[in-house]
Design a protein around this ligand. Sequence first.
Ligand code: SAH
Length: 221
Amino acid sequence: MTENGAPDPETAAERKMRFLFALRSKGVTDTRVLAVMERVDRGQFVRGLFAERAYEDMPLPIACGQTISQPSVVGLMTQALNISPRDTVLEVGTGSGYQAAILAHLARRVYTVDRHRRLVREAQELFRELGLVNIVAMTSDGSFGLPDQAPFDRIIVTAAAEDPPGPLLAQLKIGGIMVVPVGQSDTVQHLIKVTRLESGYDYEELRPVRFVPLVEGISAD
Ligand code: SAH
């Protein structure tokens, strides 16, 4: 307590403890994922008005009318990918760059694409500042994947598709894993884990989620 009886402001260490506790209580238990999420400061990826809420387990608005995902959902998706240090990962939906930064600490190389040039540019600046040299970010319609860099060990889609996009399924290595929210926007979406088998694909439904929609084409901004 301070002299006037108000509670002490939370210290950075306490804030981090609370952040990690929220992740664990929502089912993020993989110690490598937790260690990386402890290291990557979400506060650096949220600008302006909402910056002070960066350590709460909620999605927040970013530029271009998009959102940075809820930390526990970032953790659960990352955990479901079961990334090894040799993996090449494709992320569709760079947004703030937060998810890509986490992937970059776990994988060999991360390709991340967004349909908004501004988001890609701002994320690239952050990656440079943070020394994350193994991320390649570009403006592109991610529903077609990145044929020139394919196939990928892991693919993560952070916008909701009506079905897992065919080109992304095709760009997954055998034994590879993709996580993608599937469903109509504004109705129930489910996080799906797709594993590519020798012949065909295995689909596992993980949990209900809510993401902004995957939209066709490059945006004007
Ligand atoms: N992973 C982000 C959150 C992404 S929000 C983070 O960590 O902050 C979803 C993003 O998907 C938005 O930035 C949106 O512009 C992008 N998006 C939607 N449709 C897309 C498409 N077809 N290709 C590439 N990006 C797309």
